[in-house]
Design a protein around this ligand. Structure first.
Ligand code: IDP
Ligand code: MG
Length: 139
């Protein structure tokens, strides 16, 4: 089944000028970009996005990082997009990420790990709606 998932190129990866490489790989791997925008989140907007993590010890630092500079948010479409994009991203900690994954290639550490991807169809619905309205997404 064709699915849609939310991808974010995080501030570290945008400021390192690796965004184009990430987008190139996404297209090579068969993901279609059905929406895309470059924005800088406020700390409050980052907190809202990561609300599920609000009790985690890294929440405060994560939200500061995610609002330090521009990000590129994209809606990706493909068969099995949620799981396939999680696999392409690799493990949260780049030290554990398999060779060839985006995090193995572009992440610095467990926090500054280059990319985000929705972890389920349910999260994808919430996360896509957080960044895009219906008019901004190709039908
Ligand atoms: P995920 O992005 O692989 O789904 P999550 O557990 O959902 O990982 O965590 C969200 C984000 O929070 C991670 O991508 C990373 O930027 C950051 N993060 C996760 N665990 C840690 C940690 O132990 N220390 C610092 N930052 C973390
Ligand atoms: Mg997650």
């Amino acid at each position: 089944m064709k699915e849609r998932t939310l991808s974010i190129i995080k501030p570290d990866c945008v400021s390192n000028r690796n965004a184009g490489k990430v987008i190139d790989i996404l297209e090579e791997k068969g993901f279609s970009i059905v929406a895309m925008k470059k924005i800088k989140l406020t700390k409050k907007q980052a907190e809202g996005f990561y609300i599920v993590h609000k009790e985690r010890p890294f929440y405060e630092s994560l939200c500061t990082f995610m609002s330090e500079g521009p990000i590129i948010a994209m809606v990706l479409e493909k068969e099995n997009a949620v799981a396939d994009y999680r696999e392409l991203m690799g493990a949260t900690n780049p030290k554990e990420a398999s060779k060839g994954t985006l995090r193995a290639m572009f992440a610095t550490d467990i926090e500054r790990n280059a990319v985000h991807g929705s972890d389920s169809l349910e999260s994808a619905d919430f996360e896509i709606g957080y960044f895009f309205n219906a008019l901004e997404i190709l039908q």
